[in-house]
Design a protein around this ligand. Structure first.
Ligand SMILES: Nc1ncnc2c1ncn2[C@@H]1O[C@H](COP(=O)(O)OP(=O)(O)OP(=O)(O)O)[C@@H](O)[C@H]1O
Ligand SMILES: [Mg+2]
Length: 285
């Protein structure tokens, strides 16, 4: 099943859940129009590329020379068995780990992504497999972790601007159509799906250019999962590049433009959704 053939389902999911509204991201001067994004993401310029990435964890050779390009406005499904190296690859892109060998290119420039903060500065936002939100902090604080606005600042240090965080958090949540009682409530009071919505609201609020979702639908209900899938499907229309990792092939084929499969630290398949099938990927993995 490809994007075009399942367009109806996408709009249902959008109506039901948190969505990526045009207003939220159309602020990128270079955002691709929906038609451009859908018609040929493979013709769009490369946003992020990796070349010959290697990563060892003590004795484990987790990435063995991975080279991939992620184009602007393209949503790539990243598949592979447990331990294939998917999370390792995205942790390198999101500044959690450094590669032992290889290069990362961002818009044609070689970059070092030394920390999650540097990744964020490039516009790379990641929703990690093990959700990195903090249950004992408010929803608003969670939205601004590491980027708290200050009331005033002396050499970068000062009291946090709680009122502004609460106000901006309400806007960020409303922008992904997530309506919660109060942004000042504790994150720990939310359901799994609502927490996932907060993580998505955070990524969208900071205008990500590359959004990485590492198994974002784990432990979610069917309805909550539909919301996330609808959201992923909406990314390319906003000109945002997406990497969607999931063990559910139906979800990936339903929401992505391109499929990359990894096995034992290597890329073993890289094809447009229209050029492969669930059967081919299943056989390969
Ligand atoms: N922090 C770590 N320390 C040591 N080994 C690690 C670490 N993280 C991952 N590994 C190893 O690296 C390999 C790749 O792991 P990775 O988490 O990237 O796989 P994955 O494709 O995301 O798997 P899953 O689908 O189970 O999430 C595995 O053999 C794993 O055991
Ligand atoms: Mg993983």
């Amino acid at each position: 099943m490809n994007r075009a053939s399942s367009a109806g389902l996408a709009s249902d999911s959008f109506a039901a859940g948190f969505s990526a509204p045009a207003a939220g991201l159309a602020t990128h001067a270079d955002a691709a129009s929906p038609t451009q994004a859908h018609a040929g993401a493979h013709a769009a310029p490369v946003l992020v590329g990796v070349r010959n990435l290697h990563k060892w964890y003590s004795g484990v050779h987790a990435l063995k020379g991975v080279s991939l390009d992620f184009r602007r406005g393209e949503v790539v499904g990243l598949l592979g068995d447990n331990g294939a190296g998917k999370s390792t690859l995205i942790k390198i892109l999101s500044g959690v780990h450094r590669p032992d060998e290889g290069e990362i290119m961002f818009e044609g420039r070689r970059v070092q992504i030394g920390s999650p903060k540097q990744a964020m500065e490039l516009g790379i936002e990641t929703i990690h497999q093990h959700n990195s939100l903090v249950p004992t902090l408010s929803i608003a604080r969670n939205l601004f972790i590491g980027r708290e606005p200050l009331r005033f600042s002396l050499c970068g240090i000062g009291p946090m601007n709680q009122a502004r965080m609460s106000r901006d958090a309400e806007i960020a949540l409303a922008n992904v159509d997530l309506h919660l009682r109060s942004a000042d409530a504790l994150l720990g009071e939310l359901s799994g799906g609502q927490r996932q919505g907060v993580a998505i609201a955070r990524a969208m609020h900071f205008k990500s250019r590359l959004l990485i979702l590492d198994e974002p639908t784990n432990h979610l209900s069917v309805k909550e999962t539909d919301k996330v899938i609808g959201f992923v499907r909406g990314l390319s229309a906003q000109g945002v590049t997406g990497i969607f990792i999931s063990h559910n092939l139906q979800h990936v084929f339903h929401s992505c433009d391109r499929i990359v499969a990894m096995a034992r630290g290597e890329v073993v398949l890289d094809k447009a959704v229209s050029e492969t099938s669930i059967e081919e990927v299943t056989e390969l993995l």
